[in-house]
Structure formats: C-alpha cells, structure tokens
Design a protein around this ligand. Structure first.
Ligand code: NDP
Ligand code: 8X3
Length: 260
C-alpha cells in the first residue's frame, strides 16, 4: 500500500452483493472507514457482519436507491453528518436486464432499458455530482466507476446493457477532463465475466439460465475485482490508474469463451 488510509472514508454503492460487497470488505481490511449503500438492507447487514468478522472498524450501512434523486441526497447528507468527510466513491451499483435484440424487443424490454439507463448511467452521475463537492471539502478524493468489457465491445442482445456501459466510459472520460487540476482521481474498472447475482438478475431470477453462463469455464470471483479496486485506490497521491480491463483467462471477449 502506498498511501495512508486511516481516517479515509470509502463509499461503495451496490454493496449488498457481488463486486460491491467484496470491495467493501477489501477496503475495510485495508483500513478505510466504509459506507455501504444498496436497496436491500438485510443483505447490506450481511456485508456489515463480514466486515466486522474480518476485524475491521464498524461500517455505516445506509439504504440507497441510485435511481432516486432524494434517496441519493439523503445518503450523501447522512455520510457527511455522521462521518464529516468522504474520500473514495466506488460507483458499482448496476445491473443488466434481459438479452432482447432490438428488433424483437417488447414493451417489457423497453422498461428494462429504462431501468438499466437510470441505474447504470444516471445513478452513477447522480452520486458523482453529489460527491465531488464533498470530496473537495474533504481535501481530495477518488472516483472509481465500474464499467464492463460490454462497454468496450458490444454484442447481439446487449444493446440496452452495452449502451449503458459505453456511456459509463464516456462519463469517466468527461470527468477526467473536468477534474484536471483538481485533487480528485478517476479510475474505470472494466470486468469481464464475474460470477455474482448479476446473471440471476439479468435472467429475471432464472437460476438455470444464470448458471449456464459460467458452465465449463472458470469465471472471475467478485474478490478478484475488489483486489484491483483496492490496488487503484491505494496508489501514491500523484499516480492515477486510468483504467483496468480484467477478464477470466478463459474469456477472450463477449461470447468468446473456452468451455471444457
Ligand atoms: P450483483 O447483482 O451481485 O450486484 C449488484 C449490486 O447493485 C447489488 O448490490 C444491488 O443491490 C445494487 N443495485 C442495483 N440496483 C440498484 C439501485 N437502484 N440502487 C442501489 N443499488 C443498486 O452484480 P455484480 O456485483 O456483478 O455487479 C456490480 C457491477 O459490476 C454492476 O455495475 C455490473 O454492471 C458490473 N459488472 C458485472 C460483471 C459481471 O460479470 N458480474 C461484469 C462487468 C461489470 P440492491 O439490489 O440491494 O439494491
Ligand atoms: C458483464 C459482462 O459480458 O456479461 O458486464 O455483458 S457481460
């Protein structure tokens, strides 16, 4: 580790599951004071318990729906009133819904597109807009956006989801330009296939379809991505990790997977 993290506050959105939960645990072990946000408070409490079991200091777990402006405002206000500062924001909350091809999509698929855009793009913008002034008041910060390989290479059936992740890249690069000269770092982490609740959510709860995604290959685990995030946020003050693309060895690209 190259920086002093004691006393630094790290906020992880979507910390009730998968990559967000693993990141919260990893950053807590590294010494950050953690704030967890997600809609499912019972699941957030499970992450809290895992952080406490690891012997790290007790995190603050707060309800957060990134699609709601008032929920985001309440979340950020509560962090500042309870902890007085914020240094790291991991914009992880996100989801894929469905694999409809545009030409055969239904009204329900259109609703899925709206939810993905509202969560993955507008939610990330909402949280970032609210956090930048608080980071500046705290003496500096670091924004980590979770994109995807789906934001670098599109695939059939992914127009809705890939569209949101290409947008995350555009937002990250706009922020890089806007924040030049300010003490705020900006990083994008673009994972390939990670086994989490992601595919269960994408297939609307169909566990068989979800597990078939990873059949015969070795996917990444959420802790593999958490490891990369922890590395990025603990570099020396003058070092900015712009982006990391992290895929399983068994994956060359979307749909290009070796199965044994
Ligand atoms: P999970 O489904 O396991 O976790 C998603 C998290 O996002 C949950 O904690 C969920 O919490 C939260 N979330 C969803 N909607 C909202 C919302 N409106 N407000 C607040 N939180 C929300 O999936 P992953 O861990 O895999 O996904 C995390 C991120 O990683 C996503 O941005 C995803 O696109 C990205 N990603 C995932 C890959 C994969 O293969 N798994 C690959 C590349 C990128 P709750 O439901 O409690 O609100
Ligand atoms: C998730 C990766 O390839 O399932 O962001 O879209 S993929």
């Amino acid at each position: 580790m190259s920086i002093q993290v004691q006393g630094k506050v790290a906020v992880v959105t979507g910390a009730s599951s998968g990559i967000g939960a693993a990141t919260a645990i990893e950053l807590a072990k590294a010494g950050f004071q953690i704030v967890l946000g997600a809609r499912r408070l019972d699941k957030l409490q499970a992450t809290v318990a895992r952080i406490e079991e690891a012997g790290a200091s007790a995190p603050l777990a707060l309800e957060l729906d990134v699609t709601s402006r008032s929920s985001c405002v309440r979340f950020v206000d509560r962090i500042v009133s309870d902890l007085g500062a914020v240094h790291v924001l991991v914009n992880n909350a996100g989801l894929a819904l469905g694999t409809a091809r545009v030409g055969s999509a239904s009204e329900a698929d259109e609703d899925d597109w709206e939810t993905m855009l509202d969560t993955n793009v507008l939610g990330l913008l909402r949280m970032t807009r609210l956090m930048i002034p608080k980071m500046l008041e705290s003496g500096g910060g670091h924004i980590v956006n979770i994109g995807s390989t789906a934001g670098r290479q599109a695939y059939a059936g992914g127009a809705g989801y890939c569209g949101t992740k290409f947008a995350v890249r555009a937002v990250t690069e706009s922020l890089r330009e806007e924040l030049l000269g300010q003490p705020i770092k900006i990083t994008e982490i673009d994972p390939g296939m990670v086994e989490t609740e992601f595919s269960v959510v994408r297939y609307h709860g169909d566990a068989d379809k979800a597990s078939a995604v990873y059949a015969g290959m070795t996917p990444l685990g959420p802790e593999d991505i958490a490891d990369c995030i922890a590395f990025a946020v603990t570099r020396k003050p003058h070092v900015n990790i712009d982006a990391m693309i992290v895929k399983p060895l068994d994956q060359a690209g979307p749909g290009r997977v070796v199965r044994r």
